[in-house]
Design a protein around this ligand. Structure first.
Ligand code: ZN
Length: 181
């Protein structure tokens, strides 16, 4: 297992659309293991392959407190969504930033598991929000895209300044109660 580097906004590689996985093999399962290790270490509750510069449609999620409910979604597809959920979201690729985003409250989705088998799942609340956030990553979209341009520019400047000064915002992120997806 290995900890992978997480790309940060505004890295243009976060804008790439990930390709469908056509074979779930040992190499892909290795990627999944590495993604879990990276996500748990961050710590976060979701991670998309795009964030670690692998442009394949793979996401990992674990919304449990004890990090003992790992979920893998390969080629995830939202079949239906309804209702409105508003939550403060954070993102491992946008460290230290939390903003309110509106998403579907309830979704039905289809994906492959790590054995390459198709499954369907109904999700709501935090799990639904997390999956929608991660699927956005696979499409090259970030949660800051839901904010006003002015706000997005302010966030971009803040992150660029932090990088320039070599500030790591992980400590601030850990103090925040909202989930980092
Ligand atoms: Zn994210």
């Amino acid at each position: 297992m290995a900890i992978l580097d997480i790309l940060h906004f505004p890295d243009p590689r976060l804008r790439q659309r990930a390709a469908e996985v056509d074979q779930v093999d040992d190499q892909l399962r290795q990627l999944v293991d590495d993604m879990f290790e990276t996500m748990y270490q961050a710590p976060g509750i979701g991670l998309a392959a795009t964030q670690v510069d692998v442009h394949k449609r793979v996401i990992v999620v674990d919304i449990s407190k004890d990090q003992d409910e790992p979920r893998v979604f390969i080629n995830p597809e939202i079949l239906a969504g309804d209702g409105v959920e508003e939550m403060d979201e954070g993102c491992l690729s946008v460290p230290g930033v939390y903003e309110r985003v509106q998403r579907a409250e309830h979704i039905r989705l289809r994906a492959l598991n790590s054995a390459g088998e198709v499954f369907e799942l109904e999700a709501d609340g935090l799990l639904a929000v997390c999956v929608q956030h991660e699927i956005d990553h696979l499409d090259g979209k970030l949660f800051v895209d839901y904010l006003s341009q002015l706000k997005r520019q302010r966030i971009r400047k803040k992150l660029e300044k932090q990088r320039r000064l070599g500030i790591d915002d992980t400590a601030a992120a850990e103090k925040h109660a909202e989930p980092v997806i």
